[in-house]
Ligand binder design. Structure first.
Ligand code: SF4
Length: 347
């Protein structure tokens, strides 16, 4: 557990949307921290609320229909209560975002150089020549070969991996303290993905920034994370140091995600069932309808509190932990036996 003052502290973050079907609770009271130089991965299936959570941090959620509550402290300042002008100052300067599809963020009518130079000059009062030099330096830093000549190329002349490198270069213009990267490698093939992850890791070492990385891919988490936040249906199911999460995964959902990795028991099959309706979530544990270890008390009383199961602040939201719970039920090698034992003990 990192004891330094966090760069980012998120407490009880809740994001809802007014919809025709009723109030949709996308993120429901989540907590986590990011420290300087640390990579925190939010991981979960599509629809778990991880992207909404990451976009709520800098208030990118349109309101209405969205509404963000809770506490987001960045360098000790409360972001949720900031005015639009204060938010603009934070966004893109101290906190930068990288998104999944770089082609959506780049304007195909302008050269890459024009777009980087314009972004540089929005933040710095420098001449065209100095901004061009800065653009060459940024592209070189993110591994674009022959950067000076490539400035005159258009986005369609860059590959998917190169376009993502350009977006990373643009995110670094202001030397941000925190980089929020939402599935930045998902659209890329595995080899390019590995190169981009290495690049982010190198840049983090160089710039010392904190990184909040959103992904559905536990394989990526294993590569880059220091801390892991496992989200399901808007709630945090498990949270902890990456080694704890992979060596002693304790929530049935985390275990199921790990079993879906290549070579795992569920590889190729996925987790049976679907996420609950976010306008009408289950009364008890959100994962209960898909959980092979569920017992009667999992179906009422809300999501179990996150209980700290070891000194490293490894926390789990499951009835089998905490006071009166029986962790052996879900840490048993024999899933079926564990389930029936758990039912007998709890009911
Ligand atoms: S609380 Fe119950 S349903 Fe939820 S993960 Fe634990 S055992 Fe499964």
């Amino acid at each position: 557990m990192n004891t330094d003052t966090p760069l980012l502290t998120v407490e009880d973050l809740t994001t809802t949307f007014e919809t025709d079907a009723g109030l949709l609770i996308a993120v429901d009271g989540i907590d986590f921290e990011v420290h300087e130089g640390e990579t925190v991965c939010i991981v979960g299936e599509s629809g778990s609320g991880k992207t909404v959570a990451s976009e709520s941090i800098t208030q990118l959620i349109p309101s209405p229909p969205g509404s963000v509550d809770g506490t987001v402290q960045f360098k000790g300042r409360d972001v949720v209560s900031m005015s639009e002008s204060e938010l603009r100052e934070i966004r893109g300067q101290q906190i930068a975002h990288i998104f999944q599809n770089p082609q959506d963020a780049l304007n195909h009518c302008y050269t890459i150089g024009w777009q980087i130079i314009e972004a540089v000059q929005v933040h710095e009062d420098i001449s065209d020549e100095a901004a061009r030099e800065r653009a060459v330096d940024l592209l070189t830093r993110v591994g674009i070969a022959n950067a000076a000549a490539r400035l005159d190329d258009y986005p369609h002349e860059f590959s998917g991996g190169q376009k993502q490198r350009v977006m990373i270069a643009m995110a670094l213009i202001t030397d941000p303290a925190l980089l929020i990267a939402d599935e930045p490698t998902t659209a890329l093939d595995v080899t390019v993905q590995a190169k981009i992850l290495r690049l982010l890791n190198d840049l983090q070492d160089e710039f010392g920034m904190g990184v909040l990385f959103v992904t559905h891919d536990l394989g990526v988490v294993a590569e880059i994370a220091d801390q892991v936040v496992v989200m399901y249906a808007g709630k945090v199911m498990e949270r902890g140091d990456v080694y704890e999460i992979f060596e002693t995964p304790s929530h049935p959902y985390t275990r199921a995600l790990i079993e879906c990795l290549p070579g795992g028991n569920r590889s190729g099959d996925g987790i049976e069932g679907t996420l609950p309706d976010p306008t009408n979530p289950p009364d008890g544990c959100r994962f209960a309808p898909r959980c092979e270890h569920a017992v009667a008390k999992c179906t009422h009383g809300g999501q179990p509190a996150l209980f700290s199961i070891d000194a490293a602040d490894h926390r789990v939201s499951c009835v089998h932990y905490g006071h009166g719970g029986d962790p052996s039920v879900v840490t048993s090698e024999d899933g079926d036996q564990a389930q029936s034992d758990g039912g007998a003990a709890d009911d």
